[in-house]
Design a protein around this ligand. Structure first.
Ligand code: ZN
Length: 216
C-alpha cells in the first residue's frame, strides 16, 4: 500500500512503535513508567489501510485494539532539537497498533522479543494522513476508538509521557530517519479485546474517521 497524504502518496518505510507512553495505560497494564521511550517495530507489510478488514491472527486468542496518533516522517535525516523535529513532520494520522495480549504476556514473562504479539500481518491499521502545518498544536490532539458503536478509548496527545517532538529527537539518536517512516506514538487507557465481526472506528476531529472490520 501507499500512504495517502492530502493529494500525494508515499511508499511506507519503517514503522516505529512507542510502548508505555500514557500513564493511565501503564496503570491498566500494571507496568512501570519508562525513563526513555520504549521502541519496537513492525514491518511495512503489516499495514492495513482504512476500510479493509483485519484478519484475526490464528496464533493467539486475545486481540487488543490500541488507538494511537501516527506520525509520517516527511524528510531524510536526524532531528537534533525539538525545533528541528517539527521540520520532519510530513503528516499526521491515527491508527491501531493491534496486539495479541496473551502472546505478549507470555513473551514478556519469558523475556523474549515481542514480534509474535505485535508485528504479524495486518497488525498496523492506519488512516489517511493530513499534511502537517505549523499551526497544528501537537500538544492537543484528541482521538478515540469505538467498537460496534461503543467508546472504548479516548485520548489526547497532551497526556503523552514523551511528546511527539521528543520522540522524533529520541529516534534520531539511533536511526537516520527516512521519508515514509511512521511513528505509532503509544496508546491511552481502555484497550480491550476484539472478536471476529467487530467493527472498529477510530476518529479525531483534527484528522478524520477511519473504519475496519475484524474478519476470520
Ligand atoms: Zn501501542
Amino acid at each position: 500500500m501507499r500512504l495517502i497524504v492530502g493529494s500525494s502518496s508515499y511508499p511506507p518505510q519503517r514503522i516505529f512503535c512507542i510502548g508505555k507512553n500514557y500513564a493511565e495505560h501503564i496503570k491498566e497494564m500494571k507496568g512501570e513508567t519508562p525513563k526513555s521511550p520504549i521502541v519496537f517495530m513492525k514491518p511495512p507489510t503489516s499495514l492495513v489501510p482504512d476500510g479493509e478488514s483485519i484478519t484475526f491472527p490464528k496464533h493467539g486468542k486475545i486481540l487488543h485494539h490500541e488507538v494511537e496518533i501516527v506520525i509520517l516522517i516527511g524528510k531524510d535525516g536526524r532531528a537534533e532539537s525539538q525545533e528541528e523535529a517539527k521540520s520532519f513532520m510530513g503528516g499526521l494520522s491515527i491508527g491501531l497498533d493491534l496486539t495479541l495480549r496473551d502472546i505478549q504476556e507470555e513473551l514478556s514473562r519469558k523475556g523474549l522479543p515481542w514480534e509474535l504479539s505485535k508485528s504479524f500481518d495486518k497488525s498496523a491499521a492506519v488512516g489517511d494522513f493530513i499534511p502537517f502545518k505549523d499551526d497544528i498544536d501537537l500538544g492537543d490532539i484528541p482521538f478515540s476508538c469505538e467498537v460496534n458503536g461503543t467508546i472504548r478509548q479516548q485520548g489526547n496527545s497532551k497526556d503523552m509521557i514523551f511528546p511527539i517532538k521528543t520522540l522524533i529527537v529520541e529516534l534520531s539518536k539511533v536511526w537516520e530517519l527516512r521519508t515514509g517512516d511512521l511513528i505509532y506514538t503509544g496508546t491511552p487507557s481502555g484497550v480491550s479485546g476484539l472478536k471476529i465481526g467487530d467493527k472498529v472506528e477510530i476518529k479525531s476531529p483534527l484528522i478524520g474517521r477511519f473504519y475496519w472490520e475484524i474478519s476470520e
